[in-house]
Design a protein around this ligand. Structure first.
Ligand code: URA
Length: 208
């Protein structure tokens, strides 16, 4: 499974700021979107362009343009919304497909409670957004759902991933490309990433 740790001074700097205790909601939100923007830059490197001749200031000039409308952004509720603006800054034409999952307390399996996907999603590359790839349960369920709707090219963008979550994704969906700012050390006993960022949803929405 291709895993790209986006190793760039800006990413490392901004991630360091994100890790700070007592960061304001606004600062966390802004930084999460800034890192998401930088991850997107890497994640869409394979977009196809086509050459065309346009009228420039000094006459005809050959330029390149991205072909077609090929991307859907898939924020996983609710924390994934905290990366969406940053991603859409770079791919403003992308459609948004929203997925909400909860965990069934008996089976411990993720169950979708809200799904609204872009039309003809099977023709698009899906960029799944979730700040934290922790156990991987929700992610694996989201990938399965997208595949059931015909998606063939799926990428996941995360601020921080745990080795445990990456291993689970590799086992169940090795065809998903991963872009991440950091692979951290481990999960703790209650499923939080260490050192991680804490509860990313609470920090983005200011609910703590
Ligand atoms: N979700 C979070 O918000 N943080 C973690 O560390 C793990 C899951």
């Amino acid at each position: 499974m291709p895993v790209t740790v986006v190793d760039h001074p800006l990413v490392r700097h901004k991630l360091g700021l994100l890790r700070q205790k007592d960061l304001s909601t606004k600062a966390f939100r802004d930084l999460a979107n800034e890192v998401a923007r930088l991850l997107t830059y890497e994640a869409v490197k394979d977009l196809k362009t086509e050459k065309m001749v346009i009228e420039g200031w000094a006459g005809p000039v050959e330029v390149e343009q991205i072909r077609g409308k090929k991307i859907t952004v898939v924020p996983i509720l609710r924390a994934g919304l905290g990366m969406m603006d940053g991603v859409l800054d770079l791919v403003p034409g992308a459609k948004v497909s929203v997925v909400g999952m909860y965990r069934n307390e008996e089976t411990l399996e993720p169950v979708s409670y809200y799904v609204k996907l872009a039309k003809k999603i099977h023709k698009r590359t899906a960029l799944i957004l979730d700040p934290m790839l922790a156990t991987g349960g929700t992610l694996v369920a989201t990938v399965k759902l997208l595949k059931e709707h015909g998606c063939k090219k799926i990428k996941g963008l995360f601020l921080v991933a745990a080795p445990e979550g990456l291993a689970r994704l590799e086992q169940e969906h090795p065809d998903v490309d991963v872009y991440v700012a950091s692979i951290d050390e481990k999960l703790n006993e209650v499923g939080y990433i260490i050192p991680g960022l804490g509860d990313a949803g609470d920090k983005i929405f200011g609910t703590k």
